[in-house]
Unconditional design. Structure first.
Length: 207
């Protein structure tokens, strides 16, 4: 069907508007957007390394490493859209360990189904994830050490509360906040949050 002259002119106007020169935008407005304070902070070093390794894995056709890296990067991207983005190497290590645990669970299911091929794939991915976690240089806090840190924090908070004339009760939320605050005893360390919460709950007697 032939295109009418008016339709052709309308199409040209749309194309001109779409590809119009940006020089009509004031320079100050452009610079304001470019240097906006809303720009995301740079990714932590470990996450940057993992991103860089993606290309290397692709060139080497290293399937287990590719799958592991893509899983981690996808999880980090999802976290960046929330109020708790991945901002430190310790958080990256925690993400690596969560991903490894998920692969371990999948491996167990495949083993039960007698899918040895899939078991091997999951184990190969776990090896990659553990390699990154081990090379991160982030101190891992075990359960015994974690319990000692929690008990110390609870004692300190109770003493502060008593000195201020409080009722002596220590709340779980106050302990978590003290432990995980910037400059706190667990800052920058590889801590399993679920384990930490369980220990704090036990020590404080929270229900």
């Amino acid at each position: 069907m032939a295109i009418s002259g008016s339709s052709s002119r309308a199409t040209q106007r749309v194309l001109r508007a779409r590809f119009a020169s940006p020089t009509t935008t004031p320079l100050s407005r452009t610079c304001t957007r470019f240097y906006s304070s809303d720009a995301p902070p740079p990714a932590p070093p470990l996450l940057q390394k993992i991103k860089a390794d993606l290309k290397t894995a692709m060139r080497a056709k290293d399937a287990p490493r590719l799958t592991a890296i893509r899983s981690v990067l996808a999880a980090a991207l999802n976290a960046s859209k929330t109020a708790a983005p991945i901002a430190t190497d310790a958080q990256v290590v925690a993400l690596l360990r969560r991903t490894a645990r998920a692969s371990a669970d999948a491996s167990a299911e495949f083993a039960a189904a007698q899918r040895r091929d899939l078991v091997d794939k999951e184990r190969a991915q776990i090896a990659v994830l553990e390699e990154y976690a081990a090379a991160a240089g982030v101190e891992e806090v075990g359960e015994a050490q974690l319990r000692a840190v929690v008990e110390g924090a609870v004692t300190a908070i109770a003493s502060e509360g008593a000195a201020a004339g409080g009722d002596g009760r220590v709340r779980m939320g106050d302990v978590m906040k003290k432990l995980l605050a910037p400059g706190g005893p667990l800052e920058g360390k590889d801590v399993e949050r679920a384990l930490l919460a369980r220990i704090v709950k036990e020590v404080t007697g929270s229900s």
